[in-house]
Write a protein of this length. Sequence first.
Lengths: 202, 41
Amino acid sequence: MTSTITATSRSQIVGILIEESIMAGFFPYLAVGVGPGTSSATDVALFEESGSRTEGTSLTQTTTVTSGDTYTWLGIYTSPTNQTLTNLGLFQAQGSPVQGQLVQQVSSNTQGYILPSNYNAWPTSYPFDIQVSTEVMTVTGGDGYQTLYVGRGQNGSTALSSIPAQTWITQSDTSMFAKVDFTGLSLNTGDSVQFTINVQFQ
Amino acid sequence: MDGVNPVNTKITVHAIITRGDGSREEIDLLLDQIFVKDRED
């Protein structure tokens, strides 16, 4: 047995996504990351987001296989520093997330707390989600000093049995529309990259 | 078969890099089978 959405549906999905941006009055923003990890649909942030987000310069409906099946984002990113990009994402929001690092490893998949490097930078309104490596956690409270209390393996992610110290913690941004990771794109300060990102619906 | 038919996507990223010395490189970052997550309003 076989099932599929039709070519018409593919085109409609792309059309609706683009219409949303037109209605919002801006194109989605590109964010880049420099941390390790493999992207998953459960992710709520990049792996160690770097620098500011860049608005797209165009958004068009294009054809890869069936008519209008592809969402094409075009934008230019200028690297503010020497860095190796390992992942990137498209977001509907421009603001950068709060980020920190674990100062102590997470040593089991049931450990209900983490110690961030910058406790006071994190929101004090709970709950909120964070990305820690490939795992999503929900922060449910804090001790007012150094400890964030967390629920593990949220949003369909898998609770990790061990997460090393220094691993980056990134605040959830549910405006993330797509995320990709790759081996590494080495850039020097001032290098300019014209990105064409195609999302083809199949 | 339960009729579940998740929307499959194929994402490609093409990068044209202009270096500080004016040289240019083009790279396809070769990305398949990633995902699309609907915007949450």
